[in-house]
Design a protein around this ligand. Structure first.
Ligand code: GLC
Length: 426
């Protein structure tokens, strides 16, 4: 196929136009409604038993944040009026440490993983003090109370054995005991999207949507009329599983080789865990680059997009050093173009789902809404935040003036500390 034909066809397949954006937003809104009414839906609409913070939560709290890439532990001091400081923190990768197990592989069991988490918590906690802890666990969970949550199934290709179907609150409690960390009491479990919403809402009470555009992709929002209870409650939609989407051949290929074929369709088109692989799958058809499955990471895609050198030398060096692969200028230019298409599509799809939530909450867009977003893709991928904003404006027109998108760095960790303060309130 000629260069132009190939690029033209690809860009047709990967471009989500305004009509499609609007259709996706509408379908997303309907799926939310179906999920809330207990009808079949690709959105799980999971209750969190948490509402919005008041902003006056105060005190010292610990947080542990487990999302599949690193485990982070932090000690935060909440000062009220939306103010907080992180006093100490540590972050350790879950895979790839020399001589340590891959905590995300099926060869690791639940106790080994949770002992590791408990151990990290023990390292940050001073033995002479007592702490309450918020536990961010960023996977689909059926939350039975504020501190009990059952993992429905893993996502993001995590496979640690013996955790699915278990109460992750109990797993952590037992591990803390085994590790002798008896001065730390977990009081709340939450999803990272919920932590992000709560962190933003701590200072800005127009926040009603929290989302992650990072390794994974998911969104939660504050439901004014939740099926459970009579107070507004944050609902974790697990929107990465949304599936009314225009799929390409490459999406189907990626899905077929994933751990959970047919599931997490949106996440597989949007998130950092998968976009490198999408680029690789497309590239291997048209450019002869010998890269193994999942060899391209979203950091590589960031570098591809950021390379403004005339000869694309940054891309050339990365491919030579990491994959021992020699490329022509045309190869590199094509790689950059198709990376741009994949990233552009990711940002636009995420934006369309946010519009779906906004239409569910406020069809006439009479109020201000803050969308809080955390995650490496939104924060670091060149052009991402701009594409997302453009798509919001494209679909909502002048209503976009009411929509404020904020980057909430570390929201998933700090949000756990704030949630612990909410849960610990008498
Ligand atoms: C995956 C998880 C979800 C999480 C998201 C971002 O989609 O299923 O719970 O919020 O990744 O980390």
């Amino acid at each position: 196929m000629g260069e132009n034909t190939w690029l033209y066809t690809l860009s047709q397949q990967l471009t989500i136009n305004k009509v499609e954006l609007t259709t996706i937003a509408n379908d997303f809104r309907k799926e939310m409604q179906n999920g809330l009414e207990g009808k079949a839906s690709s959105l799980k609409m999971l209750p969190t038993h948490l509402g919005r913070p008041t902003g006056s939560e105060r005190g010292a709290f610990l947080a542990v944040d487990f999302g599949g890439t690193n485990v982070r532990v932090l000690a935060a001091e909440l000062a009220g009026e939306g103010q907080y400081t992180i006093k100490h923190q540590l972050s350790v990768p879950l895979t790839g440490g020399a001589g340590t197990p891959d905590y995300t592989a099926h060869t690791t069991n639940a106790d080994t993983l949770f002992d590791f988490l408990a151990n990290q918590i023990g390292q940050l906690a001073s033995p002479s003090l007592k702490y309450r802890l918020g536990h961010t666990f960023s996977f689909p969970c059926r939350q039975t109370s504020v501190n009990h949550s059952i993992l429905l199934h893993w996502t993001k290709e995590i496979a640690t054995s013996g955790v699915e179907g278990q109460d992750v609150g109990c797993l952590l409690d037992k591990a803390l005991l085994r590790q002798g960390v008896t001065n730390v009491k977990p009081v709340v479990i939450l999803n990272d999207t919920v932590g992000t919403l709560i962190t933003s809402a701590y200072a800005d009470n127009a926040t009603d949507i929290g989302s992650i555009c990072g390794t994974g992709h998911n969104t939660c929002y504050l439901e004014p009329l939740p099926p459970l209870g009579n107070k507004p409650m944050i609902i974790n939609m697990e929107s990465g599983n949304f599936d009314l989407l225009p799929l390409t051949r490459y999406d189907l290929l990626l899905d077929a080789d994933s751990q959970r074929p047919g599931e997490q369709r949106l996440e597989k088109m949007v998130s950092g865990r998968y976009i490198g692989e999408l680029v690789r799958l497309i590239a291997q058809e048209v450019i002869n680059i010998p890269i193994l499955p999942y060899g391209l990471k979203s950091e590589d895609i960031s570098l591809f997009l950021a390379d403004t050198t005339p000869d694309l030398t940054k891309i050339e060096h990365l491919l030579a050093e990491k994959f021992n692969c020699a490329t022509t200028h045309l190869n590199r230019a094509n790689l950059q173009t198709l990376s741009r298409l994949v990233v552009h599509r990711s940002a636009r799809l995420a934006a369309a789902t946010y519009v779906g939530v906004l239409w569910h909450l406020d069809m006439k867009m009479q109020h201000n809404h803050t969308i809080a977003i955390d995650g490496s893709l939104y924060e670091k991928m060149p052009g991402y935040a701009g594409h997302l904003q453009d798509a919001l404006v494209e679909v909502t027109g002048s209503d976009a003036a009411k929509i404020h998108v904020r980057l909430i760095k570390d929201g998933s960790g700090i949000g756990a500390a704030i949630a612990a303060a909410i849960a610990a309130k008498p």
